[in-house]
Design a protein around this ligand. Sequence first.
Ligand SMILES: [Zn+2]
Length: 420
Amino acid sequence: MNIWFTNPDEILKKTTLVSRFLEYVKIDTEANPESTSFPSTKSQLEFGRKLLADLKALGLSDATMDENGYVFARYPGRVKGPCVGLLAHMDTAPDFTGKDVRPQIHENYGGGILRLKNGVVLNPAEDRHLPQCVGHTLITTDGTTLLGADDKAGVAELFALVEFLNQHPDIPIPPLSIGFTPDEEIGRGADRFDINRFGADIAYTVDIQFPGEINIETFCADTATLTFTGIAIHPGNAKGKMVNALRYAAKILERLPENERPETTDEREGYYNPSHISGNGAQAKLVIFLRDFAKKGLKKRGDFIRKLVSDVLKGEPRLRIHLAIIPRYRNMANVLKKRPEIARKAEESVRRAGLTPVFRPIRGGTDGANLTAKGLPTINLFSGSVNAHGPTEWVSTKAMGYAVCTLLNLLQLWGSDRGQ
Ligand SMILES: [Zn+2]
């Protein structure tokens, strides 16, 4: 018989969820986008080895780590059902330092402003989730680093799930495959993911977002790289001869629409985001990220850049511009539409935990998007943490408990159709 889990405090009391989370966030696992090694930092391999030992300590004796740092483990099923994959990533974002994280515990949060070091402030007037957590225990940074709850909350929650399942052999779950992945934050988390070794039929990443949130949509993403070749000549006798590559790179930038930038768009609106410019008068390089939720919309954005290039060339035929548009990732919703039960069961599991399901598109890419494209349909479920990638990152311990309740419900829904 299914038992629906609605009480986060039961999880917090019976498992090492919070102490394990506090232990893991203190371990620096920052990803490095400049690195060409895999994983991008050695610290992730060290953390992987630790997670491997910790899984074995919980009785998952067949847990393994491959040479790329992926840690996988199987939990035997108790009833029939597809093998459900649960994933969390080990790395933290390079946007803000993750070294020497000193988590601060605020018990029984009273609803006021929390002041951290370096003038960092958590203000309930500006942070819509804070007022929802009055009375909770909050874990924040000390203001000098990110927290790394993204995604060590997810990692600790998967461990708490295993601990809880070990204590309750009567919970009817199908076979489960647990995975910890490197380099999600730099978009490489799915690159060397061995779907066959993982062995799941469907999967969920457990990564950031407030309790109740489910993400089944990501952007479609392309990268446009423009290389401008001008004509270099001494400025002293440049009249009528010089063609300055930088000026034309600037012309392209100037013509990108004002209202289609990351800073002027939200929800399902796409954008153009110049991410890099370098060079000199003779040659310049400009990189623009193209983002849209629809494939058609993304194609239009590529066409728009092509049109800008041809317009600029018309004005200066001596200039050369090489344009390359490289696909990055695609909105996973297109594939997941064919497997609606994956989202439906996630929604049901959230509701069974006593929470309100919220579907929101992710304005970025995820491991899930890439895994879905590789053949493992994967959506994202909340881990509870908010304000990722910076010093205002925080998480409520109750929110983490809710994430484990939701996973317990989810597994039971896959293990039995009686719950629907
Ligand atoms: Zn994350």
